[in-house]
Design a protein around this ligand. Sequence first.
Ligand SMILES: *Cc1c(COP(=O)(O)O)cnc(C)c1O
Length: 233
Amino acid sequence: MSTPERRAELTQRLAAVRARIDAAMEAAGRTDPVTLVAVTKFFPASDVDLLAELGVTDIGENRDQEASAKVAELAHRDRVTVHFIGQLQSNKAGSVARYADVVHSLDRAKIARALDRAAQREGRVLDVLVQVGLDAAGGRGGVAPEAVRDLADVVGGLEHVRLRGLMAVAPLGEPARPAFARLRGLAETVRADHPAATWLSAGMSGDLEDAVAEGATHLRVGSAILGSRESHR
Ligand SMILES: *Cc1c(COP(=O)(O)O)cnc(C)c1O
């Protein structure tokens, strides 16, 4: 596909997603800001640059190797905030701390400490979210709801990561809305101890309306903007 064709396609899909978000915000009676994080995993740096030209300010990536190479390639690196949203191993903390501005997927104290040390080495302070596992089986990653406050306290005590809130993926086999409502309740508990933890990262292409209804401040939307990832795997 040529660049003008791709630009036209992204323009159209982005407008449709923004319209969905606006409608959901209106239905929820919300006028506070919401951040659209375009999840560009599997798609090339050229798509990120096109999105930046279309006014996208935040992009999300979930694999360290792919993300570090892609971010290095960007023409418009200065126009986007880079969110790392994938499962994080402590041996990747050093790499992620180099290119990510926000990490959504913190789910262990060991990784929080590794990321803190890595950010210190880079002379940076990273915004981080604690990922909550909303499904009973814990299959989609994240810390168990009953352990969230302890992990938030660990993160809150570190100097080079800044606790900004909670993140979750809707569980499989259960409606998203009540799960996001549980996440919202947890976020309120955490905020009582950590007033700066005001972000709530929830909602993807299929369930962003439910997330907006439950107070999400950050929506992580991939396929509804970029198209199917199947052909890019
Ligand atoms: C891929 C991914 C998304 C985006 O999913 P879509 O359904 O394509 O919108 C959101 N969050 C996480 C953690 C992801 O890995």
